[in-house]
Design a protein around this ligand. Structure first.
Ligand code: FAD
Ligand code: FES
Length: 320
């Protein structure tokens, strides 16, 4: 029996694909040359998530419909860039806190991306790739990253033990559908740890666009020794109508940027700065570890945010 999946994109474009012979919707679209946002292909990353007409989330990399279905895809096809392979040189590498590296790469050729997207970096001599989100606005061939150091992590070991300025890395991207939208309302960002990276990219893009609306950022780290990114927020604070709350789980920090600092989690930080009921135009962006993302989503729903205006990226481990 022939089954049709109608994909309705954010700009209203409609495409019909036929997932036959056990193919998923993602595979059916690819087989006729239609690129859809995806990454893991095994149901973990949710990059491919769409919604059916009842609002239920559906992963296109897993979904094999047995009857006709209409699915809302939360981006326009024109928004996506085709991933490309690039060689990149390490221009700078610094420890910015006890657990966070900052790395700047220069790509051999340009790689356009949307603020919030990520690339996959092949770790030299490790036969492994890891995903990292750009922290810069998409304006040059120089890409900045904040990378968490994990005990015995493949990327972490490379950075701590052998990486040096001048190393050449192979990268592929851009990937992801966690990117800045153009809504007219307030923008609320929530970042856990290095989840700040894609959010910095979005904040910088907003500053470059001369965005005048209210912007809120709740940012959480584990301890004062883990704190990073404050020097990135200082200029943004001057360019944007930005209110920042920083939370440290094990104590308080003193920072120079005008921020509200609290002891607790990202949610505690956000609760100190978000002082209004959500409107239909407001957007929320969450990035960090899966548990933090789940808690943030639940909180946003309690603040009347609509699911369709909440965007998130989970920093999942490479092998779950
Ligand atoms: C779309 C996407 C974007 C990402 N962007 C960034 C980014 O900008 N910056 C960044 O720092 N990371 C980011 N990550 C996570 C990153 O890809 C790596 O998984 C992470 O940095 C671990 O790399 P590693 O090679 O050092 O450790 P690995 O070798 O992958 O892991 C070492 C050990 O730590 C465990 N582990 C891995 N991740 C976690 C975790 N979150 N919490 C607890 N234990 C863990 C593993 O299970 C393993 O036992 C992103 C992930 C995704 C999916
Ligand atoms: S591509 Fe479908 S969940 Fe990752």
């Amino acid at each position: 029996m022939s089954v049709e999946a109608t994909l309705v994109f954010a700009d209203g474009e409609m495409i019909v694909v036929s997932p036959r012979d056990g193919k998923t919707v993602l595979e059916a679209a690819e087989s006729v040359g239609i690129a859809l946002a995806h990454d893991c292909r095994d149901g973990r990353c949710k990059t491919c998530a769409a919604r059916d007409m009842t609002g239920k989330e559906t992963l296109l990399c897993q979904f094999r419909p047995d009857s006709d279905v209409t699915l809302r895809v939360p981006y326009a096809r024109a928004d996506l860039f085709e991933p490309v392979n690039r060689r990149a040189k390490i221009l700078a590498l610094e420890k910015r806190s006890q657990s966070v590296w900052w790395m700047r790469l220069r790509l051999q050729f340009e790689m356009p991306f949307l603020p919030g997207q990520y690339i996959s970096i092949a770790i030299p001599d490790a036969n492994a790739q890891r995903n990292f989100s750009m922290a810069n606005a998409p304006v040059s061939k120089e890409f900045d990253f904040y990378i968490r150091e994990l005990p015995d992590g493949a990327m972490s070991r490379y950075l701590a033990d052998s990486a040096k300025v001048g190393d050449i890395l192979n990268v592929v991207g851009p990937y992801g559908r966690f990117f800045l939208r153009n809504g007219a309302g307030a923008k609320l960002f929530m970042a856990g740890g290095t989840g700040l990276a894609p959010i910095l990219s979005m904040l910088r893009a907003l500053a470059d666009r001369g965005h005048g609306g209210p912007v809120f950022l709740g940012f959480g780290v584990t301890s004062a020794q883990d704190l990073f990114g404050v020097s990135d927020l200082t200029p943004l604070n001057e360019q944007l109508d930005l209110t920042v709350g920083i939370a440290v789980m094990t104590g308080l920090v003193e920072v120079q940027v005008p921020v509200k600092a609290v002891a607790g989690t990202v949610l505690d930080a956000v609760a100190t700065i978000w002082d209004r009921p959500a409107t239909a135009e407001d957007e929320a962006y969450i990035c960090g570890p899966p548990r933090m993302v789940d808690a943030a989503r639940a909180w946003l729903r309690s603040q009347e945010f609509d699911d369709t205006t909440i965007f998130n990226e989970e920093f999942l481990p490479a092998e779950a």
